[in-house]
Design a protein. Structure first.
Length: 411
């Protein structure tokens, strides 16, 4: 048995698991502190410099929390820093980007029907756009324009919509939405790494030196933290979008992403208002439902009529799988057991678009998806779901033998 694809798949799983764990830690602490900050109450008798306090109950105990807008008079002996959650989330996400999209660029990153790029060029565009996005955002925030937070958020939204469209003009639909998420998440993590934590360290250094900290550092950190708060939910959607072809593999995927950012704002506005004790603006849920309805409508708008080219050339990297022994038999198995769903126009009831956008109607498509077919239907029973097309054990064995023989021949 060829262990390479198995180990590689487990590497992808490990990175994804790590990314989910660290993301939960980061988002959880972020949402908690936003809620805490909005719920602070002022009262007579608070310590000098304290902006407000909050009593909370959890896990059978009571917590009494006070916030200082700048800093207390003296530095406490122990301070807990919330930063590694953000750093670990970004690092694990970037590792996934490398393993899945850079190492699998021919399958997941580059779509010749969108823009026929060499892999190295696609990776450079990916890295450059993510890095330049942070630079542009940071410069705008530090400019006079950034002093008006409402105008700043509106401009940021316009930039994100433009980037959504631009990514769909360069990458595959799957990669486009994923990159928009990475673009946004990089801004969020860099806010923590390059702005929020350094500003807090300046305040700590001033306290140790006996100086009165400048409140501007806390003001700047609060602005960036607020941006992160409103960007979190859209980033979650974009990171999960590769599981839903109706989001990434439709003509107006960039517009769907644009509406998702607005849904993130409406949902967070509800909870932020509630935590600030300003009431519960239920209209936000109605607005969110209307936006979601627009997403559903866009996912079907302009749906192209399928024109399958059954004479399409087999990609060079997949030629050895197509030329190997038993390929004709495997192609017949896939056509009979898988193509009813994995088609430009699926004819299985309840499926409107091929799962994960994977097509298996032609020999070229089957050869290009050799590794996925091996993992999903050869050595595991993941596909077909519940074995609805009754694939036989000997057919799975033939798929596994075909892949292992072809992969082994390339070594």
């Amino acid at each position: 048995m060829d262990s390479y694809p198995i180990l590689w798949d487990w590497l992808e799983f490990a990175l994804r698991w790590l990314h989910v764990i660290t993301g939960i830690a980061w988002i959880g602490s972020s949402f908690y502190f936003i809620a805490l900050d909005l719920g602070l109450r002022q009262r007579p008798g608070l310590p000098e410099g304290a902006h407000g306090e909050e009593w909370q109950v959890h896990g059978g105990g009571f917590y009494h929390i006070q916030k200082y807008l700048v800093a207390p008079e003296a530095l406490p002996e122990h301070v807990t820093w919330f930063k590694w959650e953000s750093y670990s989330t970004w690092l694990s996400g970037f590792a996934m980007l490398v393993v899945v999209y850079y190492m699998g660029a021919d399958l997941y990153l580059v779509d010749p029907q969108v823009l026929d790029l060499p892999v190295w060029a696609a990776i450079l565009i990916s890295l450059g756009s993510i890095g330049l996005g942070w630079v542009a955002y940071d410069l705008i925030c530090k400019s006079p324009f950034g002093e008006d937070n409402t105008k700043l958020m509106l401009l940021l939204y316009v930039i994100l919509v433009v980037m959504a469209w631009a990514y769909t003009m360069v990458f595959s639909g799957r990669a486009a939405l994923l990159h928009l998420g990475a673009f946004t998440a990089t801004i969020m993590s860099a806010n923590v790494f390059l702005i929020i934590i350094p500003n807090q360290k300046i305040v700590v250094a001033d306290l140790k030196a006996g100086r009165t900290p400048d409140p501007i550092y806390g003001k700047i950190a609060k602005q960036r933290s607020t941006h992160n708060n409103y960007l979190t939910l859209p980033v979650l959607f974009l990171m999960l979008s590769n599981h839903y072809p109706l989001a990434f593999a439709t003509e107006y995927n960039w517009a769907i992403a644009a509406l998702v950012f607005l849904m993130g704002v409406t949902i967070r506005h509800f909870f932020n208002s509630m935590h600030a004790r300003k009431g519960m603006p239920w209209w936000t849920w109605g607005a969110t439902a209307l936006l979601f309805a627009a997403v559903v409508w866009l996912s079907q708008l302009g749906r192209p009529v399928a024109e399958v080219d059954y004479e399409a050339a087999i990609p060079a990297e997949a030629e050895r799988f197509a030329a190997s022994e038993h390929f004709a038999d495997v192609a017949g198995i896939v056509a009979g057991r898988c193509a009813m769903c994995h088609a430009a126009e699926p004819f299985w009831d309840g499926i409107a678009i091929a799962p994960k956008g994977v097509m298996l109607e032609t020999e070229a498509q089957i050869a290009a998806q050799a590794r996925a077919i091996y993992l999903q239907a050869g050595i595991s029973h993941a596909m077909p779901p519940a074995n609805v097309s009754f694939i036989e054990p000997q057919e799975r064995a033939l798929i596994a033998a075909w892949y292992e023989a072809a992969a082994g021949g390339a070594e």
